[in-house]
Design a protein around this ligand. Structure first.
Ligand code: ZN
Ligand code: ZN
Length: 572
């Protein structure tokens, strides 16, 4: 049976309007998605010179018979779309079939395909059929696109540098491997393997194959559902942050999407667990009824619109937040042995060779992390002293801990102050000496419009001459000794507030500001019993692992790692 339908002219024009093939990445995407549609379980992408010379896709999918193979080169042939309505309810990967004729019109294409019986080979150059012959009956499809844009010099010059084309393709294959962990993908450029996944149908294993062991062993599972959405995936611990958002992967109904709201809510869930300029590694799969999403049908866009976005955001936020809350997030200092280095170098050049050994490594790490202490909040630590006037050294049976006592104190005060703010605690205290603050004329104007915010918080303030205010009382959570600088800091925050602001973040900045001023500064000495109190209070916090700015409060050298460093692991 021939699976490809010929589209009506009207519908075809609608599609053609949105179609864009301008980069190597577009070609790879269209061809790879054809392979996926053909049910392939193994897809190999071989590039020469980042695809500018040759793009070859090999799959073990269903293949095409002779008639389908020829039809594939005819304009507006597609096996996906039959009617106008289909255009608006495409819940799979988008539409296909339109791409091959377009690609073939601007390159030299060789197609070898077979359904397992007789094979077909077709060669098309610049849109003209050159050859049609019999080919071996290996089930699947091989399509090679050579010399992209060779006959359209104007478009050829828009191909980016080799590096940028390759980065674009790599990024695409990487994300697709995460969306389709049941398919084995291999990406090779000039005989060098860049990506190889095993198609194990195990998301964590795929993450491991792409990002390596440092990342995979620091990933935590999330899972949840509400009436409309279900989510599943892995979120990275704050010890493996990245400086770009590129490691946030969101997949909706098997389709990789880029959505501002999703990225934002994921990032927000790490609030105070990380600095603002760092981003977590997250792979999140969202399943929903296709009628709840609006897939933008423009083939180059990956964006999507959700109905009930708030319900989805709550689900994601709560799940990530709970996962971070439950896990022991104390970063472990680990020794890099020679073996680790060797393995990394090998991996760079021949990832396929060590694939199998690494699988075992993941398994080991699983077992190791399974019995980790989830009761970390009752962790007993015994302080020993202070180094550099800054770090508390503490120990227990499991290892040695270093606690940044400014960061720890800051976290403790932050959560206390935040509680007061959130409960709208209005206990007020008079200042011994009223504080006079002089502002620039422009700041004064802005301040005047926003002073109710401070009055609401419990500050008593009056105008006092030109561009000057005087503060006579303040809420009780500003502790003695640091009132002046804290109040100045708070006024700065109020002045720089946008017209519309979010009280959650506002309260956070106020609490962080006040906590930082109020907390013990580095380079002071404290007694052992003060250290004990800091440790006790720290582990009562919701997030004991980070200061409100996202810096770590505590790190550990496990006994095991110490013994490894001192080569005590043997018997001698
Ligand atoms: Zn600070
Ligand atoms: Zn801090």
């Amino acid at each position: 049976m021939n699976k490809i339908n010929i589209l009506s002219e009207d519908l075809a024009n609608k599609i053609a309007a949105g179609e864009v093939v301008e980069r190597v990445g577009n070609v790879v995407k269209e061809l790879v998605e054809n392979s996926i549609d053909a049910g392939a379980k193994t897809i190999e992408i071989k590039l020469e010179d980042s695809g500018t010379k040759s793009i070859k896709i090999l799959d073990d999918g269903s293949g095409m018979n002779k008639i389908d193979a020829k039809n594939a080169f005819l304009r507006h042939a597609t096996s996906k779309i039959k009617t106008d309505d289909d255009l608006f309810f495409i819940s799979s990967l988008g539409f296909r079939g339109e791409a091959i004729p377009s690609i073939a019109s601007v390159s030299k294409v060789t197609l070898i395909t077979s359904t397992g019986e007789e094979g077909t080979k077709i060669v098309v150059n610049g849109g003209k059929f050159i050859e049609e012959t019999k080919a071996p009956a290996r089930k699947g499809t091989m399509i090679e696109v050579r010399d992209l844009f060779y006959n359209t010099p104007a478009r050829l010059k828009y191909l980016k540098s080799d590096n940028s084309e390759l980065a674009n393709v790599t990024n695409y294959v990487e994300k697709l491997s995460l969306a389709k962990e049941n398919i084995s993908f291999t990406l090779i450029n000039n005989d060098k393997v860049i990506i190889k996944t095993s198609g194990s149908n195990n998301l964590l294993k795929t993450i491991h194959e792409l990002y390596g062991i440092e990342v995979s062993k620091n990933m935590m599972e999330v899972k949840g559902e509400n009436n409309d959405y279900s989510i599943y995936g892995y979120v990275g611990s704050p010890s493996v942050l990245r400086s770009s958002r590129n490691y946030l992967t969101t997949i909706v109904n098997d389709r990789v999407v880029k959505n501002y709201d999703l990225n934002k809510i994921i990032n927000d869930a790490y609030f105070t667990y990380k600095p603002d300029n760092k981003f977590p590694i997250v792979v999140l799969k969202i399943e929903t009824d296709p009628t709840l999403i609006d897939v933008n049908i423009h083939p180059t866009k990956q964006d999507i619109k959700f109905s009930k976005i708030n319900e989805l955001e709550d689900l994601i936020f709560e799940n990530i937040r709970n996962t971070l809350y439950k896990e022991n997030l104390i970063p472990k200092v680990e020794v890099k042995t020679k073996d680790t280095y060797k393995k990394k170098e090998i991996k760079k050049e021949y990832p396929e060779i060590i694939n199998n050994t690494e699988v075992n490594e993941v398994q080991e790490e699983f077992n190791f992390t399974e019995d980790k202490n989830n009761e970390v909040k009752q962790l007993e630590l015994y302080p020993i002293g202070l180094v550099f006037g800054t770090y508390i050294v503490a120990q227990n049976e499991e290892g040695m801990y270093l606690i940044d006592h400014h960061a720890a104190h800051e976290r403790i005060n932050y959560e206390k102050i935040l509680n007061n703010l959130n409960n709208n605690e209005k206990n007020i205290i008079d200042m011994l000496v009223p504080l006079t603050i002089e502002l620039s004329p422009s700041d004064y104007l802005i301040f005047n419009e926003k002073k109710d915010i401070l009055i609401d918080m419990g500050f008593n303030l009056e105008e006092f001459g030109i561009n000057t205010i005087v503060i006579k009382s303040h809420p009780i959570w500003l502790l003695e000794g640091y009132e002046d600088e804290t109040i100045r800091g708070i006024i700065d925050i109020v002045i720089s507030l946008p017209k519309e602001f979010d009280y959650v973040k506002f309260n956070h900045s106020i609490a962080a500001e006040a906590a930082c001023k109020k907390s013990v500064k580095g380079n002071t000495s404290i007694t052992i019993s003060e250290m004990e109190n800091i440790i006790k209070d720290l582990f009562k916090c919701d997030n004991p692992y980070n200061c409100p700015h996202g810096r770590p409060t505590i790190i550990t050298f496990t006994l095991y790692e110490l013994e490894k460093m001192f080569k005590r692991t043997g018997s001698s």
